[in-house]
Design a protein around this ligand. Sequence first.
Ligand code: HSE
Length: 341
Amino acid sequence: MAQKTINLILMGYGNVGRALVRLLEEKTDRLRASHGLSLSLQAIFKSTGGLFPCAGLEIKDILDDPAAGLSSHPLWKSNLSLESVLREAEPGVLVDCAPSNLKTGEPGLTHTRLALDSGWHVVTANKGPLAVDFSALRRKASGNRLALKFSGAVAAALPALDVGLYSLAGTEVLAIEGILNGTTNFILAEMGKGRSYSEAFQEARARGIAEPDPAYDVEGWDTAVKLLLIANAVMGLELRLADISVEGIVDLPAELVERARSEGKSLKLLGRIRREQSGPIASVAPCTIDRTHPLFGVDGPAKGITYFTDTMGALTISGGKSDPRGAAAALLKDIINIYRS
Ligand code: HSE
């Protein structure tokens, strides 16, 4: 198989960024054998600087850095600029795993624009830039004949976007319902077993499922952004966050979870959108569902989504790992798929 070397720049070195670096090491042989790809990590950026050039480094040496924080590495540069790396390295893929800021989108928004203006594809798990400027970023990418892929930002290991964009091509998606946040689904499942909200919340954090700022999860914003991005991409809408009514699970009385369970039902944080004559109606809210609901069995940290279409009927997918390794695998999938054709 002909081999292609693809340069990568990694923005962010938290749980997901580190998991991706580990996967690059673990999957080197498979990527070469099955996809003809050799992924060459050129730089890793954190908010305090960056490691560059990484190309000659063994990935395991980066991972073995005892501080696991990179900044003690001899190649660490506290004043490294993304512009200089974009200029010096042959264009490939910028992978954004930096923390999300849903209000400003920064600094990811600037990084994404810079990359797309410099001939680099972007694969992102960072919801902030997409929440703030989705349509313009997509236009910029397609205008420059580059890919902007964001499976990692929308339920990651659950292939919600791939199914919506590829498997449902030619249908009209009339409505979407989803359990799109593993943290809240885990908390609600644990509360159903009698654990307290705070105990379950702490465990979700310890498992690395929750956002760096877990308010995004429990207040419903993480679900809202995922719903927004999936709906805009799959239903061809131009929704903004302000168009979605959002209620989380922070003030949810534990009795409601217990009551649902005692009645053989289940309480879930659902993201929902449907087309109406007056326009799309979108919401995020805790809802009690019964066994007939297609998402009833989506339990623990799992996620799921149902698409209601005009020609293919209703279609549900669920599962996928809800952890940093699952999110990193979704990023890797997007990178591979850019070069598939
Ligand atoms: N915090 C998110 C969740 C994972 O709980 O699903 C990243 O989207």
